[in-house]
Design a protein around this ligand. Structure first.
Ligand code: V47
Length: 372
């Protein structure tokens, strides 16, 4: 059959054979995969590698996000969430307000708080320590996953402390792991254009290395679908793969779909649209194949993908749907139309309908409960 003949003679087919034989793919092979238009082959390959690596269980976490402040001096072009510290729309939650949100999460059975903010020069370091200490004192069972690597780099500069000291003090106060935000695209030139006011790619990776050395595990994200090239996505993944080989500290990889509405970038490029569903699936599949054995967990973050596309992504290499979330501000400020909350039942049913086994996990991917 012509279809199969053409497939067998394609470069993507050869690369797929290599990946299936368990070999690590090179940068050039990564480029060829992401540039190949054979989404079926890519999806089938990613799905098979996912099955071998983690089986048919698809996980989620019962969690709550808390965005403690939006006042920010970094002014990234892709961000609709931040406000300048002088703006009348800037806010900072008090420790009491944060504790109320934590109490609600605990009542609803959450096991994790995901706490991130912006780069707010007006808060003292004690605010962060007290936030963690107080939550830990009142709700010791909640895992505190907090502060992106760019926030940590900002604290280090703002308070004149080394990254190691910042992380050690936060760990002492109750920090258990770190989310993967702020990675954007780990390319120095692109960052100079999009986010010159915050940590460089080198600094982001260095904060993560230090965190992992201190026993603080983390996730890694990639913000895609704006002005980056397909090859820059591959380069980004390879930087993560390299670091992971030495630290083994990343728990999961989370591709974040760029939402353009209300962002400075969209104002300067009105033609910028949200990327297509096919581009999302291709990127998730390439992540599963290229990150190989180094990353067990590839997340389909439903808040940014939408629940239906996140479900499809479970057949393109993803094995995790993130969590119940409850309140999300970054993507919603930039035009996300998804709900802010997913119930446990909803996540279970999305996973079941994808013919996978739903399981609730802890932040560090221990299974808490599975269904069927
Ligand atoms: O750091 C900013 C990105 C991140 C936009 O590690 C945008 O468990 C889309 O990192 N459109 C925050 N994305 C989200 C994040 C995250 C989410 C869920 C789980 C985890 C985890 C991490 O969102 C930011 C930035 O990279 N972002 N602006 C935008 N307009």
């Amino acid at each position: 059959m012509r279809l199969l003949h053409e497939l067998r003679n394609s470069e993507a087919y050869e690369i797929a054979e290599k990946a299936l034989a368990g070999e690590e793919l090179s940068r050039q092979e990564g480029y060829a995969l992401i540039e190949s238009d054979n989404l079926f082959l890519l999806g089938a390959l990613a799905d098979e590698l996912r099955r071998r690596q983690v089986g048919d269980i698809v996980t989620f976490v019962v969690n709550r996000q808390i965005n403690y402040t939006n006042a920010c001096v970094s002014a990234c072009d892709f961000c609709a969430f931040y406000r300048t510290p002088e703006s009348g729309e800037a806010y900072t939650l008090s420790i009491e307000e944060i504790l109320e949100k934590a109490a609600q999460a605990a009542r609803e059975g959450a096991t994790e708080l995901h706490i991130v903010g912006s780069h707010n020069p007006e808060l003292p370091f004690e605010y962060y320590e007290e936030m963690l200490r107080e939550i830990r004192r009142h709700f010791p069972a909640l895992h505190l996953k907090a502060f992106t690597a760019t926030e940590i780099a900002f604290f280090s500069k703002n308070f004149g402390m080394s990254v190691r000291e910042v992380l050690s003090r936060l760990k002492e106060a109750g920090l258990k792991s770190m989310p993967g935000g702020g990675a954007e695209i780990l390319d120095e030139e692109l960052r100079k254009k999009l986010c010159p006011g915050k940590a460089s790619a080198k600094e982001w990776l260095s904060v993560m290395r230090t965190a992992h050395e201190l026993g603080i595990k983390s996730n890694a994200t990639m913000l895609f679908g704006h002005v980056e090239s397909l090859r820059q996505r591959v380069d980004h993944m390879l930087k993560l793969r390299e670091l992971q080989k030495t630290t083994h500290g990343f728990m999961s990889f989370i591709p974040l779909v760029y939402h353009p509405e209300n962002t400075p970038l969209k104002r300067s490029m009105p033609e910028l649209m949200r990327t297509s569903a096919l581009d999302v699936l291709r990127t998730i599949a390439v992540a599963r194949v290229l990150l190989g054995d180094s990353f067990r967990n590839i997340r389909a973050y439903w808040v940014m993908l939408g629940k239906k596309l996140a479900q499809v992504a479970l057949h393109y290499g993803a094995n995790d749907l993130d969590g119940t979330v409850v309140e999300e501000r970054v993507a919603h400020a930039a035009g996300a139309k998804t709900a802010q909350l997913a119930t446990r039942e909803e996540l279970i049913s999305l996973i079941r309908e994808a013919k996978r086994i739903p399981a609730q996990r802890s932040t560090d991917y221990e299974i808490i409960q599975r269904w069927g």
